[in-house]
Ligand binder design. Structure first.
Ligand code: HEM
Length: 167
């Protein structure tokens, strides 16, 4: 917008509305670069608060089984230090994949979860916990769906248990 004179901008917006028949809001979207998902979520403070609530929720959800005890895969000790490190890395991860400037300092997602025997059902359960957290924070539908779509792309790297074990 800064490079376009304001009269030219008004003329362009009017042309988009009248010639293409788009709404004024759509014309504004077409002329301005849309903010990143990271910015629309509220930046690092908002992502940190969301991850804090989400990890606490998922860690207490038996359908996720975070410690992996009884899963037949490698187990994890939910010490305060381990939980704090997980929250730090998960926050960096979500910030970086949504367009934030943070670098992800954790391990590769596939390598981290390898051997945990995570099932599709457990992945679905953790997605449900994320939805509950995003609803608690009143994250709008569009941003919620964008984040869930990004998280969904990790399923293939995380789920490794045979399909029949998931149901
Ligand atoms: C049922 C599903 C899941 C389970 C049971 C699970 C479990 C775990 C556990 C136990 C750890 C700690 C590993 C360690 O510190 O050695 C971990 C780390 C992590 N997980 Fe998951 N996870 C699940 C889904 C996800 C999803 C969907 C994502 C991504 C959106 C994710 C991202 C991460 C990240 C970034 C770390 C930190 C890695 C690091 O510190 O190096 N996890 N997960």
């Amino acid at each position: 917008m800064k490079t376009v004179g304001s009269l030219k901008a008004v003329a362009l917006a009017a042309a988009l509305v009248f010639v293409l028949g788009v709404s004024a809001a759509q014309a504004a979207d077409m002329m301005m670069e849309k903010k990143s998902l990271y910015e629309r979520l509220g930046g690092e403070p908002a992502v940190t608060a969301v991850i804090d609530d989400f990890v606490n929720r998922a860690a207490g959800d038996p359908a996720v089984n975070f410690t992996r005890v009884g899963s037949g895969g490698k187990t994890w000790d939910a010490t305060p230090e381990n939980v704090a490190m997980l929250k730090k890395h998960l926050t960096q991860f979500v910030c970086s994949v949504t367009g934030g400037p943070q670098a992800y300092e954790g391990k590769d997602i596939g390598a981290t979860h390898a051997g945990m025997k995570i099932t599709d059902a457990e992945f679905n359960a953790i997605a449900g916990d994320l939805i509950a957290t995003l609803d608690k924070f009143n994250v709008p539908e569009a941003e919620k769906n964008e984040l869930l779509a990004i998280v969904g792309t990790t399923r293939g790297s995380i789920v490794e248990a045979p399909a029949e074990a998931a149901y």
